[in-house]
Design a protein around this ligand. Structure first.
Ligand code: OSB
Ligand code: MG
Length: 371
């Protein structure tokens, strides 16, 4: 049983080690919301995965702050729920805004795990003690910069490399990587930068034996993706288009994708992610855990999610030092020589928050309590 007594929201400013560029833009500074949830007997942490600008999805750090502070938190505070699994149902009347609601939902799962003194991956039914890791490499200034990055990640042991593509940065970069690394598990993420009329381009990419192509077409489309998937051999993986288990079912029924990237924020938290895991496992659709340039708390949640049975492919869960010089948790998440992360066995998300670092990064804070 959880009686939510208080919640603290804080916004942190976290500079990235290198700018991260995708087809929709470039990020140099993350504005990250960290949520602390408290009951009488336990505490839990959630990190908001909304971006600074409404370019990946419609949410932003600012809209998430509004939805959390004016709706989601007031709806749950002072309430007693049986378990964290009840949170999603209470927040369901809020349409969209899933990254906002996931911040609170995931914090309550962490709280329940700490209350029960079990690791979060055990509470959600995870089956892995070690997770395979991949990297996401942003658009670079030149092909030689890109090749240098790929060499570094391969020598660090990562199990697969994903590169970001956009019109004009697709065939050439992939061709060059392929000629140097013929057997590397390689994939490309377009973040919705193309249209069905670009079919000839996708037919060319078909020759490079990519593991998959991620979200080639519109962010809210599953119909054109189905037409595209019928015409190419490379598996289509959906990211932006999947906000719920129902979306996953429809995309699979239509043949819009053969693989799904699951992000806790995009789908509203663990309850929905678990439903997607069940549905996709029953239907033989492999999953992997996506990333949103999370700091340590979000990264820890991604590690827990990656232990679920359906998450059989390496995810975008990589070492924190690729993004942040100073992370919000201690020790910062690291990757083994074999390109894996060893799952911690401590209660909850299993990492210590670095409050000194968090305080220095905090630019605003708001407290909510039972009145
Ligand atoms: O589409 O997967 C994406 C980062 C920001 C927004 C969208 C995406 C990404 C990534 C980075 O690919 C994944 C990571 O956190 O390493
Ligand atoms: Mg993506």
């Amino acid at each position: 049983m959880i009686l939510l007594k208080s919640v603290e929201l804080r916004e942190m400013h976290m500079p990235l080690v290198h700018p991260f560029e995708t087809s929709f833009g470039r990020t140099t500074l993350r504005r990250i919301i960290l949520l602390t949830a408290r009951s009488a007997d336990a505490v839990g942490y959630g990190e908001c995965t909304a971006s600074e600008d409404p370019l990946y999805g419609s949410e932003t750090t600012e809209t998430a702050w509004h939805i959390l502070s004016d709706f989601a938190i007031p709806w749950l505070i002072g309430r007693t729920i049986e378990s964290a699994a009840d949170c999603a149902g209470i927040l369901r009347p809020i349409r969209g805004n899933r990254m906002a609601t996931a911040t609170l939902e995931t914090a309550l799962w962490d709280l329940e795990a700490r209350q029960k003194c079990v690791p979060l991956h055990r509470l959600i039914g995870g089956v892995r003690e070690e997770i395979p890791c991949g990297v996401s490499i942003g658009i670079q200034a030149s092909i030689s910069d890109l090749l240098a990055k790929v060499r570094r990640e391969v020598s660090d042991g990562y199990r697969r490399v994903k590169i970001k593509i956009k019109p004009g940065w697709e065939v050439e970069p992939i061709k060059e990587i392929r000629s140097e690394f013929p057997d590397l598990p390689l994939m490309a993420d377009a973040n919705s930068a193309f249209q069905l009329s670009d079919l000839p381009l996708f037919e060319r990419l078909d020759e490079f034996g990519l593991m998959m192509i991620e979200q080639p077409l519109a962010h809210d489309d599953i119909v054109d993706h189905a037409k595209l998937q019928q015409r190419i051999r490379t598996p289509v993986c959906l990211d932006e288009s999947i906000s719920s288990a129902d979306d996953a079912r429809k995309a699979i029924e239509l043949g819009s994708c053969r693989i799904i990237n699951v992000k806790l924020g995009r789908v509203g938290g663990y309850f929905e992610a678990l439903e997607i895991n069940d549905y996709c496992s029953r239907n033989g659709v492999p999953l992997w855990c996506g990333g949103m340039l999370e700091s340590g708390v979000g990264r820890a949640h991604n590690i827990a999610l990656s232990t679920l049975s359906g998450f059989t492919l390496p995810g975008d869960v990589s070492a924190s030092r690729r993004y942040y010089e100073e992370d919000t948790v201690r020790p910062p998440g690291a990757v083994t020589r074999g390109g894996t992360i060893l799952v911690t066995q401590s209660p909850g998300i299993g990492y210590h928050l670095d409050w000194d670092r968090i305080e220095r990064a905090t630019v605003r804070k708001q407290e909510f309590g039972v009145s």
